[in-house]
Design a binder for this molecule. Structure first.
Ligand SMILES: Nc1ncnc2c1ncn2[C@@H]1O[C@H](COP(=O)(O)OP(=O)(O)O)[C@@H](O)[C@H]1O
Ligand SMILES: [Mg+2]
Length: 331
């Protein structure tokens, strides 16, 4: 909508996991290195976690692109793990390009095993990537563990990458998944971008979209970082709305004020303010306890206790006397 106004060829802040727009911050580079190493060295299980919007799916698409360019690697990518066990096996077969024959789960597992053995003989690696893995039900997780048992005496036949939100870690730490946990050879947690990386990220996306001049001022970038916490999805939403706002107001430069306005419209700030309110409340309670214990230990509170107790005694006496008078009236 605003592309021509800013001299861009396409929307720079689309929230789709397009590998063309990939920006690899330090954290993303490390995660990618672990993934490539794990797949190349046939490490078996790899787990990648990260908060919503930190770029897990984008990274996986980038990895798939890299792996698919390599003749020695075949991939199956499951983006929605809400399947029954049987559907799951069929899905993997289809994604690997194997014609699904037979009806039963046993027959399908047999085909998968044969495919993996043939791939091994051809010196090919087979990788199964499960996105949104925090949504896997226990039965499917157990099936995935069993798939990781497929191996020759020398090597694993299937590399498995589980990608998900931090709840995935919680699921895996349950006692029932002890065996699966022991098979995880590589783990990585994606964190948000730093302030410097946020600037580089915005600049890179704008450049790929065809921009030649800086559109966002340094203060605007600082404000985006403050309000997005360095989470790419939020950076995109804020930047996209700020560009639209600038277009509507005929302003070619996006400044901090514009970011504050769009952030307020998107109610991003309110959320962080609510978090701060909770933090302040907790701090106030903790400080209250500390002051109380300190005063108590120093003996400042005992005179106060006595005063309060004396007050209670007087109130009690008034009540008791009042009650006696009241009862006497009726005797
Ligand atoms: N490393 C990255 N480089 C470029 N864009 C990214 C990157 N990480 C995330 N994004 C952008 O942020 C959006 C949300 O990222 P996504 O990969 O869907 O996050 P997650 O899967 O962790 O919830 C993506 O659609 C993409 O536009
Ligand atoms: Mg995702």
């Amino acid at each position: 909508m605003y592309e021509t106004f800013y001299g861009l060829n396409e929307n720079p802040f689309n929230v789709t996991p397009n590998p063309e727009f990939i920006f690899l911050g330090k954290n993303h580079r490390e995660a990618l290195a672990q993934l490539l190493y794990g797949v190349r060295e046939k490490k078996g299980f790899i787990v990648i976690t990260g908060e919503v919007g930190t770029g897990k799916t984008t990274l996986i698409h980038y990895l798939l692109e890299k792996l698919e360019g390599n003749n020695h690697t075949k991939t199956a990518f499951l983006f929605n793990p809400k399947l029954t066990v049987h559907d799951f096996i069929q899905y993997i077969l289809k994604d690997l390009g194997v014609r699904v024959q037979g009806q039963t789960k046993g027959e399908h597992l047999h085909h998968l095993h044969r495919y993996l053995l043939n791939a091994y003989r051809r010196d090919e690696r087979v990788v199964l990537i499960v996105d949104e893995a925090q949504g896997l039900n226990p039965e499917l997780l157990e099936e995935i563990r069993l798939l990781s048992n497929l191996e020759t005496s020398k090597s694993k036949l299937l590399q498995i990458v589980l990608v998900g939100q931090p709840e995935l870690d919680k699921t895996l730490s349950r006692p029932g998944f002890r065996q699966l946990r022991q098979r995880i050879n590589l783990r990585y947690h994606l964190t948000p971008l730093s302030e410097k990386e946020t600037g580089e990220y915005i600049e890179k996306r704008l450049r790929i979209a065809g921009s030649h001049d800086p559109i966002f001022t340094d203060q605007a970038i600082r404000e985006i970082y403050r309000r997005s916490g360095g989470i790419p999805r939020l950076i995109n939403i804020l930047s996209d709305n700020a560009l639209l706002n600038g277009f509507a107001l005929d302003q070619k430069q996006v400044n901090a004020k514009s970011i504050r306005e769009v952030s307020a419209d998107l109610k991003l700030h309110q959320e962080s303010r609510r978090v701060w309110q909770w933090v302040l409340l907790c701090l106030a309670i903790v400080s209250g306890f500390i002051v109380f214990f300190y005063l108590n230990q120093e003996g400042y509170l005992s005179p106060l206790y006595h005063e309060v107790l004396r007050g209670f005694e007087s109130v009690k006496r008034i009540w008791v006397d009042g009650w006696k008078h009241f009862s006497n009236l009726f005797n």
